[in-house]
Ligand binder design. Sequence first.
Ligand code: ATP
Ligand code: MG
Length: 486
Amino acid sequence: MDGNKGHAHEQVSCPDTYSLSIALLKENLNQKNLATYGQAIAHQTHLDKQFQKTLKDLSALEFALDQAAILAITDKKGTIIDVNDKFCELSQYSRQELIDQNHRLIKSGYHPPEFFKEFWATLKTGRVWKGEIKNRAKDGTYYWVNTTVVPFLDEEGEPYQYLAIRFDITERKRAEEALRQAELVSRQQAQELELALDKLKQTQIQLVQSEKMSSVGQLVAGIAHEINNPVNFIYGNLDCASEYVQSLLNLLGVYQQHCPVDVPEIQAALDEYELDFLVEDLPKMVASMQLGANRIREIVLSLRNFSRLDEAKMNPVDIHQGIDTTLLILRNRFKAKAAYPEITLVKEYGNLPPVVCYASQLNQVFMNIISNALDALEDQPLPRRIEISTFLARGDEPLWDGQCLISSCPFAVILIANNGSSIPVEVQKHLFDPFFTTKPVGKGTGLGLSIAHHIVVEKHQGHLICISKPGEGVKFAIAIPLMQAE
Ligand SMILES: Nc1ncnc2c1ncn2[C@@H]1O[C@H](COP(=O)(O)OP(=O)(O)OP(=O)(O)O)[C@@H](O)[C@H]1O
Ligand SMILES: [Mg+2]
């Protein structure tokens, strides 16, 4: 490579030494100092040999470099002055096509402008630049080169040429890229696997819970069914029994009026059975039996309503009935216990049309949230209160904390609040996580709210949020669209 010689020759001081030797020679000849002349000749021969050796070494170095690297020499503007065969081979351009061209010819467009700014800034200050560059060959394919650019400096220390020494690293880059891709794919696969595992966990929770609920539901429905028939016998006959008792008592009155008692045995029996009390108490007893039977009938109806095993599809239902049934089942927990007084229940039901939903699943949601409220109040000081209110939301107005429910149809909103301690923000973040519980081992499984969330959000496209600020207790808001998309 011819251009490479420029820099190498600059380093050799031989022409100066040569003229010095000639001057010496002349001076010595004038003085006819043959001995000195002989020495000068010897010295000159020695210098010549050294010069030849340096030239040979340089040429060997150039050959070695030429064999090993991709070389190019450019002027200070980046115009190519010379290239070696390896450069032509890799770039697929001939030497003629490259000479006098700017290096931009092989620019790939991969590197940002800042990259070349830094490149030129380094070279212009006379420093060596090292880095990896992606270039484009004549056929449009890309190759990577590990590059070292050395500036050649003039007497003022300004660069007047650059020597670029490059090594092809395309294969290494390809391998690195393949590795990166493989890493990306395996990271994606790991993420997918994690998601699948999460889903599996969720499904397992639901399976366990729905199995539990369905066996509870079956049990409840079975008992309700079994009790329903005998209760109906009692309830159905009590009206008649009440009538018969009344008729018998009337008849007894008529007898007493028209046939006064003068038989001592009858008088004794009347005294013994306290007829007056019996006549007065019997109708009351029958009335209270009617009340009790009616209550049992209502409970049985509610239990059947709660289990709703027959409903595998969505139906329009009265949400208030679902809440009331749940409250009926939990009624015992509202009662005063030991040192703790009764929990007051405040209901403020709005005007709600029937809501299309899975009724038994929504009952489960009410059950979980009201149970949690009751748990939270368990050891709270006075006065303990649970408030349940409902209202209809149009679907586009701000509801709570400025949040908006955007929907094409209105929502039924159910608020369940208790005046216990508020929930710390850190705990609030995890309320709906499966298995998250702050209750002692054996008391809570941490599934209640995660299942409620799944039912409300995924099964009904609704919203379930918890609002709890310090000193303001805890409020759960459930919003269910009145209609479900097909
Ligand atoms: N009304 C509330 N007041 C205070 N904390 C509550 C209330 N509701 C829920 N939490 C908190 O949320 C946690 C999770 O509730 P979640 O219903 O999911 O599980 P759990 O009640 O602990 O157990 P499980 O319902 O499975 O028996 C509770 O452990 C409790 O810390
Ligand atoms: Mg719970």
